[in-house]
Design a binder for this molecule. Structure first.
Ligand code: NAD
Length: 512
């Protein structure tokens, strides 16, 4: 693959970087990374050992003492240049993301665009790290808040967004004056290495020291656990499954560290009797089939008003029949493979559970066989199943293209009750042309998710808004809006420019 060479990638590569330098081991452990697209080896990546961990932390600590003192707009300018680096490699990076994850090329390019956008956003944000000024209750006093850099951020990311989620954290964190150590998913480390190479060039060209953006590719038990337990890392940003996130959250909490959690979703779209199906059907299909159902915001449950159930089901079956499954590097493929054979196994287990729990398969349900699918064994059919919301399998997030069709009767509150009756709370959407229904969905008694959309699907968030979800999704917020505040330490300052010492709340403490 030409794009691998163009990105400076080799067959054997170190997976440990201080930002500017790579650390190699002659006899270190390596991981072999294969593409789910065609089963071919992309690279052998050398994994970090215990001694690398300490070296990376010490280098990051040193870098922090310099980086935090650089004026924030100057930090923002560096991030702008890094963004330009990603911009000029967009096509190649997008192809790599597609080849390593299996997501269609349009989505691979979209992910790189998101990375570029977050660099632009961060550059702007670097001039807006503002604190609030308020009035003091005491005479001749001033009261305000300011934000300071926090330190080293440990960024642990999932396989399905191998670049963008790192960008949300590392770029915003960097303009806030933090340095970062990235542990990418061990299933998609090659995209991380490619991004790191682009960053390294910018750091070197601008005479910046090592340690601002570090990369540690290694086992979760060795590297991941160390990051979670390390008091020198005040903030862990963890993106992944609920189970792993629960472990991450409790480990960081045990040392009273700070964590941002971006965990699994179980996202629903409500189609009311007033829905415009010409909008709803394509949104549902993209939401359920995009990234082969492996987005945290994938549409997993479709809650359909009884009066439209048969029509929606028929239109979805027709749309699903037209889905082109194949090599995601081809512009005509709507859907590529799942990430690996374990994911295919989860898909099959979920199908068996649907049947055992009383559900009915409406479409799909097969692993694709024959050429070209046999090369990786990771291609499956997108699947529709008629179920009830309370089935245990429906309550879980199966990271595969399975869309559950759920019928509701009565008013929109019945649909909302079903939507909210899951443990996760990431993304939600309603399709309706009725203003009252839309407002009920958005009200305090409406959707309990971090993301609530009207007449657009559950996936495909813009970076300008804060991203994240409630309940078992973890409560974290990343990306735009005021998400930057989580990467800084907040300080409340009260200054006295008077000649007496009045105490707050009128407390008297007179000494002679
Ligand atoms: P995963 O939980 O298997 O792994 C996520 C990351 O955590 C990986 O880097 C992994 O190595 C690391 N990890 C796992 N156990 C660890 C431990 N004990 N200590 C330290 N690190 C550990 O998730 P995945 O399969 O890569 O990704 C899919 C999941 O991520 C889905 O549940 C999806 O919904 C979720 N996700 C959420 C968001 C979001 O923003 N809410 C975004 C993308 C993915």
């Amino acid at each position: 693959m030409e794009f691998l060479k163009d990105l400076g990638l080799k067959k054997i590569m170190p997976g440990i970087s201080t930002g500017t330098d790579w650390i190699t081991h002659k006899n270190g452990n390596t991981s072999t990374i294969c593409s789910p697209v065609d089963g071919q080896v992309i690279a052998h990546v050398q994994k970090a050992a215990a001694e690398d961990y300490d070296h990376i932390i010490q280098t990051a600590q040193k870098a922090f003492s310099l980086w935090r003192s650089l004026p924030a707009p100057q930090r923002g300018n560096i991030i702008r240049i890094i963004g330009d680096g990603f911009r000029s490699h967009k096509g190649k990076l997008g192809s790599l993301v597609t080849y390593e994850t299996g997501k269609p090329i349009q989505e691979g390019l979209g992910e790189v665009q998101e990375l570029i956008d977050i660099c632009d956003f961060s550059a702007g944000q670097s001039r807006m790290l503002y604190g609030m000024t308020t009035v003091s209750e005491r005479p001749s006093h001033r009261l305000f808040e300011q934000y300071h850099p926090l330190g080293i951020i440990g960024i642990i990311t999932a396989f399905n967004f191998p670049l963008a989620v790192w960008g949300w954290n590392a770029m915003i964190g960097a303009v806030c004056g933090d340095v970062s150590i990235w542990k990418p998913s061990s299933r998609t480390p090659v995209s991380a290495i490619a991004a790191q190479k682009i960053v390294a060039k910018v750091l070197q060209q601008n005479n910046l020291p090592e340690g601002i953006f570090s990369l540690l590719i290694g086992d979760r038990d060795l590297i991941g656990e160390r990051l979670l337990n390390d008091r020198r890392v005040p903030l862990i940003s963890f993106t992944g499954s609920v189970a792993a996130g629960r472990h991450a959250a409790t480990t960081v909490a045990a040392r009273l560290g700070r964590s941002i959690l971006e965990l699994g979703g179980n996202n629903a779209i409500i189609i009311t009797e007033h829905a415009d199906l010409s909008l709803a059907i394509p949104a549902v299909v993209f939401g359920a089939v995009g990234t082969a159902g492996q987005r945290c915001t994938t549409t997993r449950r479709l809650i359909i008003h009884d009066s439209l159930f048969a029509t929606v089901k028929k239109q979805l079956v027709r749309a699903y029949k037209s889905i082109q499954i194949g090599n995601p590097l081809s512009a005509t493929s709507h859907m590529g493979p799942l990430i690996d054979r374990n994911a295919v196994q989860s898909y099959l287990l979920a199908l068996a559970a649907i049947e055992n729990q009383g559900g009915t398969l409406v479409f799909g349900g097969k692993v694709l066989e024959g050429a070209p699918y046999d090369a990786s064994c990771c291609y499956v059919q997108p699947t529709l199943a008629e179920v009830q919301n309370h089935f245990p399998i429906v309550q879980e997030e199966t990271f595969a293209p399975i869309l559950y069709l759920i019928r509701y009767k009565g008013d929109v509150n019945q649909a909302l009750a079903l939507q909210n009756q899951v443990r996760q709370g990431l993304s939600s959407a309603i399709f309706t042309t009725d203003y009252r229904q839309a407002e009920i969905f958005l009200s305090a008694a409406g959707s309990d998710c971090g993301i609530a959309n009207i007449n657009i699907g559950t996936s495909g968030a813009e970076i300008g808004g804060a991203f994240g979800g409630e309940k078992e999704t973890g409560g974290g917020r990343e990306s735009g809006s005021d998400a930057w505040k989580a990467y800084m330490r907040r300080q409340t300052v009260t200054g006295n420019y008077g000649s007496s010492l009045p105490l707050a709340q009128g407390i008297r403490f007179d000494i002679s």
